[in-house]
Design a protein. Structure first.
Length: 179
């Protein structure tokens, strides 16, 4: 799964839609209207905004709805999952609490694309493959990653454990530059 850059205009627009509770008024009447109402708040140029709306609509992440003669952007389920996936990435390595996080999963073959997305999510969160369908990290998944798992329904196929010790973990400590 391709990640958004957190500073991209598409990410900014999707994030604003999430914060607004899925619906946000679209100010596309004119460039002047955009500059007057939205530029100061978002810092996004009208052209960036227009290109982002077109990109997100084309890729099924938003839809345009009409209500009382006005246009609105509506976040689709695909868009909601995309923004959760982007937020689920851990930005920086945290201080290790000397506990290992072990994730095991058994995601059915008919959900292979979601299983691959889950593996990308794990790798983005500093998890490494320990054995088949078992990943390990000294760092926990963040709340956005857990929300993504719940919303996609993958949480029923996944178990997350916190282990205080693993025999002969020198190779893991070396891999994560610990102690």
């Amino acid at each position: 799964m391709k990640y958004f850059q957190k500073n991209s205009s598409s990410f900014t627009l999707l994030d604003a839609l999430c914060a607004a509770g899925e619906v946000l008024s679209v100010f596309i009447a004119s460039k002047h209207e955009w500059r007057k109402r939205m530029y100061a708040a978002s810092g996004m140029s009208y052209v960036s905004y227009r290109n982002s709306v077109n990109y997100l609509k084309k890729n099924g992440m938003i839809s345009i709805a009409k209500k009382n003669g006005k246009k609105f952007l509506k976040l689709t389920r695909k868009g909601e999952l995309k923004i959760l996936m982007a937020k689920a990435r851990v930005p920086a390595v945290q201080k290790w609490d000397e506990k290992w996080r072990v994730i095991t999963f058994d995601i059915p073959e008919n959900a292979k694309p979601r299983r691959n997305q889950f593996r990308c999510l794990l790798q983005a969160n500093h998890f490494v493959k320990f054995q088949a369908s078992v990943y390990i990290s000294p760092y926990p998944l963040n709340k956005e990653a857990l929300a993504y798992l719940r919303q996609t329904g993958l949480s029923r196929f996944i178990r997350i454990m916190k282990a205080e010790e693993i025999d002969d973990d020198r190779d893991l400590k070396k891999r994560f530059n610990l102690r």
